[in-house]
Design a protein around this ligand. Sequence first.
Ligand code: UT7
Length: 330
Amino acid sequence: MKIRSEIIGCGSYLPERCVSNDELSKTVDTNDEWIRSRSGIEQRYIAAEGEFTSDLALAASRRALEHAGIDASEIDLVICATTTPDNTFPSTATKVQHKLGMTNGAAFDIQAVCSGFVYGLATADNFIRCGQAKTVLLIGAETFSRILDWTDRSTCVLFGDGAGAVVIRGAEQETGSNGKGHNSGRGILSTHIHSDGSNYDILYVDGGPSSTQTVGHLRMNGREVFRHAVTNLASIVDEALIANNLDRSDIDWLVPHQANKRIIDSTAKKLGMSQDKVVLTVDKHANTSAASIPLALDTAVKDGRIKRGDLLLLEAMGGGLTWGAGLVRW
Ligand code: UT7
């Protein structure tokens, strides 16, 4: 019997406080026109004082469990993709596990910055297909506002806080075929992850427990990151399609990491996809790093755009550099 991982529910959570570009321009030397034209961002959400990554993660998880119609006790693995954990240790995932009232299973964090959700998807899929987990709660949660240098206008205007979560469950693989020799059943068709540590210093945080004993602030060479994102995302998209014997035209929805509208437009163009087939949330959420894909996914599932049977392409690139993609039949 072949097992495939199916996403059976999703949920998301945004902090209450929404900060528009205009509001930001009162404290940062910037303006709405620059932010909008360079990134597509109009606003972002910022966590309240005392509101931690685990709080956002927990709220998104509860919604995902409700959508999946299952109890937390049925989860046997919690994975939290985050770069902004509550503490250096223990993991944010163990905090969420406890707050969900779970006394079983295992929990750990994944650190792949903006690619964290795709790395988590690959990890969850492999755990399930190997039989080591049956039902996984995968979360992407961030409070990036806490690691921004609010005096650096080239970075602080681009990020926001939020969380998204999915419930993934192993199921016997459906055997339908679309006539091209690949399985058309529901679930994660494949995941593809890469990294290249030689570009460590174009997107990083200038602190850490071992180096400075401080948390540090995000530093980015925006133009360089942009250049690598366009190239790496174009190649990962091809890799995912070729691995599944699929054509660009088979994809119903592009659900990309939301860093910059211009990067997303470039990937969509490469796929020959019109704007109305791209789930875009960067305008409202800004870049929420590991949370951006599950936030976008949840938005398009709940507003009815993504429907059962649709083929989704998820892709991301982030610090490391790390990048990856996943093909999912909803
Ligand atoms: O999540 C994964 C990683 N992140 C990304 O994928 C981000 C990738 N990079 C980008 O999205 C873009 O490179 C940015 C949005 C960061 C920048 O866009 P750009 O078109 O590459 O802008 P730029 O760096 O060419 O613009 C620089 C100019 C400078 O002015 P001068 O020297 O040309 O006169 C800056 O001083 O824009 C100025 N500038 C600003 N002006 C107003 C930089 N930040 C701001 C600002 N408001 N917030």
